[in-house]
Design a protein around this ligand. Structure first.
Ligand code: PRP
Length: 219
């Protein structure tokens, strides 16, 4: 049997996913060691490989088949627009993709004016404004701390992830429009889903069982 390979978005999502695998009886202790700098881990017993990649690269590994499966946020899947199957919502890493800005920018969104939109997610921002709202905008790509943009007058609004809302609050900004809810998703390479179908479905079923029992435990 060949290895089934998972690309995990390094950071919180990878940690949660590895803990989920641990609950399924798959030993992930080496990968969960906070001091390790290793990027790839092998579980011989279950013939699984896990590697940790930058979130925005996970869909690339999956599209090309370097990973059979990936775990990454819906935001990254939408932004990267890769050719893959999104097969499961893991229900963690929940947050929202929103248009944010100072309250004073709200009226600019209802008028059909050209506004500047700063974002780490230029594709999501562009398709939201042009396809959904029919508003022409100038997209300014940034790589982080996007909340700065309206404060220093780089843009009128931003498109960004809102989790607790505290970054917005502490910078005098607010959610003006919600684009969509986000969470961690499992995606699968098109060929792998055909060739390794039963194995992948079995793993997904086991993941779902654990997630459902955790959900039950919460309520
Ligand atoms: C994300 C996001 C917001 C913040 C939202 O940034 O881009 O800035 O978290 O979280 P909150 O609603 O709980 O405050 P991240 O921490 O990834 O840093 P970055 O902006 O530098 O990319």
């Amino acid at each position: 049997m060949r290895y089934l390979t998972f690309a995990l978005a390094k950071g919180r999502l990878a940690k949660k996913t590895l803990k989920l695998f641990s609950s399924m009886g798959i030993d992930c202790s080496e990968a969960l060691d906070p001091d390790t700098r290793k990027l790839i881990f092998v579980n011989e017993e279950h013939k699984l490989k896990f590697f940790l990649a930058k979130a925005s690269d996970v869909p690339t590994y999956v599209e090309y088949g370097a990973a059979d499966c990936g775990v990454v946020g819906k935001d990254t899947i939408m932004e990267e627009g890769r050719d893959l199957y999104e097969v499961m919502d893991l229900g963690f890493g929940k947050c929202r993709m929103c248009v944010c800005g100072p309250e004073s920018a709200r009226e600019l969104l209802s008028r059909n004016e050209i506004i500047r939109v700063a974002s780490k997610y230029p594709n999501i921002a562009k398709s939201y404004f042009t396809e959904k709202k029919n508003q022409t905008v100038e997209i300014i790509k940034l790589n982080g701390s996007v909340e700065l943009a309206p404060i220093v007058d780089l843009s009128e609004v931003i498109v960004d992830i809102v989790e607790t809302g505290s970054t917005l609050r502490e910078n005098g900004l607010t959610v003006l429009e919600e684009i969509c809810p986000l969470s961690a998703r499992v995606c699968v390479n098109r060929v792998s889903l055909k060739m390794q179908h039963d194995r992948i479905v079995k793993l997904l079923d086991e993941m779902k069982k654990i997630l459902d029992s955790e959900e039950g435990g919460k309520s």
